[in-house]
Design a protein around this ligand. Structure first.
Ligand code: HEC
Ligand code: HEC
Ligand code: HEC
Ligand code: HEC
Ligand code: HEC
Length: 218
């Protein structure tokens, strides 16, 4: 009978306790990190290698997003432009600016400018950029008024709840395809009601965004 419980079992409760404490601390830390990150994410505005202004290039010069973000309609991941895109203009414009000198150097050496990423969806959630852009969801719904930003910042939380809020009622956001990159456009500006117009588009295009877990966690 003496060997029913092996010797190590005496220390098992202690080991379990220690183990739980560590896991517990880990979970608490993760939760803390996660919520802190989500909370502070809105407004996140990292400094960039060159003070590139969307307010000047889009707001004042009237450039379309797709001139620089050339793959937004084709690719699952959006792209930032290569320096050669900037060089199309800046080999002639503001050539005496020290920032433009940085662009020239990048074009000549082939070393890309190291733009700091602002938005980031974690790997465990599936997000395809072009699906949204080609379903009539405007950049402004997810990134805010980029055309007014001298420096890009995180305008929307882009949390899971935020994704779901739109997936449950996409009619609040859908707009005609040719207005997707027109950030100042609203249904109202054409005397229409957003929900009514959105519902029509939703029906016509058979829009049915996933709301089940496996739709986004594949
Ligand atoms: C002249 C080129 C140019 C045009 C036009 C342009 N962008 Fe950008 N965009 C950039 C560059 C360069 C960056 C990276 C540096 C930065 O974040 O400012 C960027 C960054 C961004 C980011 C942040 C990306 C990240 O790191 O998460 C968003 C969002 C964005 N642009 C949206 C837009 C939208 C919407 C439009 C049209 C209304 C637009 N851009 C037009 C050049 C451009
Ligand atoms: C369609 C032409 C065009 C393209 C493409 C373009 N720019 Fe510009 N950019 C301009 C013009 C015009 C100005 C000057 C605006 C003003 O000051 O009135 C300017 C101003 C600037 C300035 C301010 C310079 C200073 O010292 O005042 C920076 C920095 C800049 N651009 C960076 C970029 C970057 C980076 C890209 C590529 C992502 C880019 N530009 C693409 C036309 C362009
Ligand atoms: C449904 C929401 C949604 C719409 C609509 C949307 N974006 Fe995004 N965008 C995101 C999310 C989420 C990310 C981060 C994705 C990631 O980390 O893979 C992102 C990332 C980006 C990036 C960063 C790419 C990189 O890797 O640095 C750029 C640039 C961008 N978007 C531009 C645009 C432009 C321009 C439009 C309109 C034509 C647009 N987005 C429309 C949600 C959206
Ligand atoms: C402003 C509205 C809006 C927001 C915000 C939004 N979506 Fe969507 N999503 C849509 C629409 C519209 C579709 C297209 C559905 C269709 O065609 O039936 C879609 C489709 C999808 C699909 C299915 C298509 C595919 O790529 O396989 C996935 C997955 C998805 N979204 C993930 C996300 C995630 C993750 C987020 C948050 C980071 C997000 N969405 C935020 C509107 C939105
Ligand atoms: C529309 C897309 C979408 C759907 C549907 C979805 N998720 Fe998520 N989920 C996300 C995104 C995006 C994140 C990352 C959020 C962030 O970075 O803030 C996430 C994060 C999470 C996380 C990490 C912690 C948290 O609370 O954010 C868990 C756990 C999770 N999802 C579980 C689920 C479960 C369970 C379901 C089904 C009931 C579900 N998700 C449905 C997009 C989705």
């Amino acid at each position: 009978m003496a060997n029913t419980f092996p010797r190590w079992s005496n220390t098992l409760p202690l080991k379990l306790l220690v183990c739980f404490l560590f896991v517990g601390a880990g979970v608490a830390g993760a939760v803390n990190y996660y919520f802190t990150q989500k909370y502070t994410r809105v407004g996140y505005m990292p400094s960039q290698p060159i003070p590139f202004s969307h307010k000047i290039h889009v707001g004042q010069l009237g450039m379309d997003c797709r001139y620089c973000h050339s793959f937004v309609e084709q690719s699952g991941h959006a792209n930032v432009p290569a320096s050669s895109t900037c060089w199309n203009c800046h080999q002639h414009v503001k050539t005496n600016s020290p920032y433009i000198a940085q662009i020239r150097e990048s074009v000549e050496t082939g070393k890309p400018l190291e733009w700091v990423k602002v938005h980031n969806t974690p790997d465990y959630a599936y997000f395809n950029h072009s699906v949204h852009v080609t379903s009539g969801v405007s950049c402004v719904s997810c990134h805010g008024k980029i055309n007014e930003m001298p420096v890009v910042f995180h305008d929307q939380s882009q949390s899971m709840g935020w994704c779901l809020e739109c997936h449950r009622a996409p009619e609040n956001h859908l707009r005609p395809m040719d207005k997707v990159t027109q950030l100042d456009w609203t249904a109202k500006s054409e005397g229409k009601d957003q929900q009514e117009m959105g519902q029509k588009l939703k029906d016509a295009w058979h829009i049915e965004p996933p709301v089940n877990c496996a739709g986004c966690h594949r």
